[in-house]
Write a protein that binds this ligand. Structure first.
Ligand code: AOF
Ligand code: ZN
Length: 379
């Protein structure tokens, strides 16, 4: 397909709109839509919140407002195939047909089994010209978690780590406050706000006593765009195979959901003493008593597009070594902690360079005095 400059510009604009939903749409995907006629934008919109109107509905409403001429005979640019099903909202394909669009340009097909080509077929059956694949890669990348969960039933897994220049996460005695600066720590808050669940290990909980929540006051400019109630608190998942956590830890003082995961052969922690925001899950464990990560991610894939691992070297290492990690976000500080400091990631011994994990640089930028590397670690 030979796309016109106008097509590319309009879809580029729809992609920018879609990204505005990054912190609010889950578990739905981020989607943007632009409605044009004779080269003019008549309507635009994006999906803001699951349960609310889809991107197309916002864009059509604007195109049909008193100020505008109506969408009839126009072109709609949508970053994701218009839906064909009655979910929490009616099908967008139907809305586009009713509004008598002449052409619909779709960046990428919706892998949701409820849609999966049916939206495009509905539009074509109604005589609308549908062109698919414009800026497909960019549109796919807006929703890596939604795409992976729909295609594989698994969440996108981001591993977050922070280290010194010499790859250490703490001094030998465990002191680590603070290796990275305040800007990087605010950036981590934004990272948390984008993920459906945070996974950590009991060792981290016992050593650092973190709250693991999103703190609106620490979100910087993001807090101006979204009120506290617009943002989701991630599900806090603690891998605690031998049930060692106690209810006096800081984590429990915040009333957002917590999932305590222990081994199925280990007695449950006295259930009555937990408040209602705490749930327990039993999973298989391996010979060394570690929770089976395959089972964990399959479980989380039922509800989550994306999971952030904020853990110590052992859990982060297991996630990477077992091939569950998709992305590594590494904050690197201009500090040297020395050779007795704690290591970044525990990995098995490699004996050939061909065995080491494959890593591709996605993004590199300064965050305050620190550097943030975003790395593709999919094997
Ligand atoms: C679209 N445009 O803006 C979005 C779509 O529960 P519902 O009714 O909101 O449906 C959610 C599903 O709809 C979601 O899983 C995905 O397949 C599709 N999302 N589709 O045409 C949109 N957000
Ligand atoms: Zn829809």
């Amino acid at each position: 397909m030979n796309w016109s400059v106008e097509d590319i510009e309009m879809m580029g604009h729809a992609i920018k709109l879609a990204r505005q939903g990054l912190y609010t749409t889950r578990p739905n995907p981020c989607v943007g839509c632009v409605v044009t006629k004779d080269g003019q934008i008549l309507g635009e919109g994006f999906h803001i919140k699951a349960g609310g109107p889809h991107a197309e509905v916002h864009a059509l409403a604007m195109a049909n407002s008193d100020l505008n001429l109506g969408a009839k005979g126009g072109t709609a640019y949508v970053t994701l195939e218009p839906c064909s099903h009655y979910g929490r909202t009616p099908p967008c394909a139907e809305a586009l047909i009713k509004n008598q669009l002449a052409r619909v340009v779709v960046a990428v097909e919706d892998p949701n089994p409820q849609v999966c080509g049916r939206g495009i077929a509905m539009l074509r059956d109604a005589g609308i010209q549908v062109d698919v694949g414009l800026l497909q890669d960019e549109a796919y990348k807006i929703n890596p978690g939604f795409m992976k969960r729909m295609e594989a039933g698994l969440p996108w897994v981001t591993v977050k780590l922070a280290s010194s220049l010499d790859g250490k996460t703490a001094l030998a005695n465990g002191a680590s406050k603070w290796i990275t600066g305040p800007e990087a720590r605010r950036d981590v808050q934004r990272l948390r706000a984008r993920h459906c669940a945070l996974v950590t290990g009991v060792e981290t909980i016992l050593a650092d006593n973190p709250s693991l929540n999103v703190r609106h006051s620490e979100l910087g400019s993001l807090a101006d765009k979204h009120s506290e109630s617009d943002l989701h608190q991630p599900l806090r998942v603690v891998l605690d195979s031998r049930a060692r956590v106690t209810s006096d830890l800081a984590l429990f003082a915040i009333e957002s959901p917590i999932l305590l995961v222990s081994c199925d052969d280990y007695p449950a922690i006295e259930q009555q003493s937990w408040p209602s925001h705490v749930k327990q899950l039993k999973l298989n464990c391996d010979e060394s008593g570690r929770v089976d990560l395959n089972e964990l991610f399959k479980y989380l894939g039922k509800q989550c597009n994306s999971v952030l691992i904020e853990a110590g070297a052992t859990l982060a290492g297991s996630v990477i070594a077992q091939g569950h990690g998709d992305e590594l976000v590494l904050y690197q500080a201009l500090k040297i902690l020395g050779s007795s400091g704690r290591n970044l990631i525990t990995l098995p011994e490699y004996t050939a360079m061909s065995q080491i994990p494959a890593i591709k640089l996605v993004d590199e930028r300064k965050v305050g005095a620190d550097t943030r590397l975003t790395l593709d670690i999919r094997s």
